[in-house]
Design a protein around this ligand. Structure first.
Ligand code: SF4
Length: 314
């Protein structure tokens, strides 16, 4: 069976600012934000791939490309083995969904819960809405006519999950779905997502900057840095023995017994407008070599995982 999701050198660049007439007259060159830059990933049916990285590393843009909310500027995207071209987008959209970080801003505040959940169906179907609400633990009679502002944060995120599953998709991108919730609600929503995955045979891309949550929910993880995947592999192997210097730095930021405070990675995430040449991590890397400033390391297979670093190239 082909992977449910496969990208080959997928790319998405944004204009950093809108060019005005004066900019053109004075010959100013457009500046591009390289949000997703030649990304190659595969996600097998039924697995959860955790996508980890700091804010501004391109994680959300990659998620949006995979659910076709954004169109790539280059590279290829294959869904269930089919190359996704413009005419295939309606077919892909029938089978994918995305849950966003802040449910209060991602759901229309003027609509009732039942209207929000039925939106992806294109029409109101009480049986489907009731079933989706029950699957996420919301009572139809009690909640279906309420609006988001009348619900708690945990309930609104359940509405967002019900909206995502109502069409019975195969693949869901979960973009930091628990980061706006307190710790006890986070655990409830994570367990709900894991139960739904089992019951409905779903595949997830779980976007997060929280290492502990990624470890809890993922089968494999991909580490993203400045628009690129720098390491990818089985969650236990990557977490126990991180190979890429950036993954090693991230692992040090995880609170442990005796060191409860989160230690943020040192240094700045580079600008995606003018990323450093060569390896984008070189300004922060303790193992920098001369080649690192000049040539970009490709993502290669090493010991059952993939890593992009000159330390591991022959
Ligand atoms: Fe560090 Fe060089 Fe590896 Fe980049 S390629 S992570 S700079 S050692």
């Amino acid at each position: 069976m082909p992977p449910i999701v496969k990208t080959v050198n997928l790319r998405k660049y944004y204009l950093a600012y809108k060019m005005g007439l004066l900019d053109r007259l004075f010959g100013k060159k457009p500046a591009w934000v390289r949000a997703v830059d030649n990304v190659n990933i595969e996600i097998e049916e039924g697995e959860t791939l955790g996508l980890i990285g700091e804010s501004g590393s391109g994680k959300t843009t990659l998620g949006k490309l995979l659910v076709t909310l954004e169109r790539p500027d280059g590279g290829e995207y294959y869904f269930m083995g089919e190359k996704v071209t413009e005419d295939k987008i309606p077919w892909v959209r029938q089978q994918v969904a995305m849950v966003f970080q802040n449910p209060y801003s991602s759901l229309n505040p003027r609509l009732t819960v039942k209207e929000i959940i039925s939106e992806p169906l294109g029409h109101f179907d009480e049986d489907r809405v009731r079933e989706a609400m029950e699957m996420v633990g919301l009572n139809y009679r009690e909640h279906s006519n309420k609006r988001p502002r009348e619900l708690s944060g945990g309930q609104v995120q359940r509405v967002a999950v019900a909206r995502a599953i109502v069409k019975r998709p195969r693949f869901i991108v979960l973009d930091e779905p628990t980061s706006a919730l307190d710790a006890s609600l986070q655990a409830q929503v994570l367990n709900l997502l894991m139960d739904l995955k089992e019951q409905l045979g779903l595949t997830y891309l779980f976007i997060t900057h929280n290492i502990a949550i990624a470890y809890y929910i993922s089968d494999r993880v991909a580490i993203m840095y400045a628009g690129k995947i720098v390491e990818m592999g089985n969650v236990d192997e990557v977490f126990k023995k991180p190979m890429h210097p950036y993954t090693q730095l991230l692992m040090k930021s995880v609170p442990t017994i005796g060191r409860k405070e989160l230690e943020p990675p040192t240094g700045e995430v580079p600008s995606l407008v003018n990323p450093p040449p060569g390896c984008r991590f070189h300004p922060r890397c303790p193992y920098i070599m001369s080649v690192c400033k000049e040539k970009e390391p490709p993502l290669i297979n090493v010991n059952n995982r993939q890593v992009a670093c000159w330390l591991y190239q022959q």
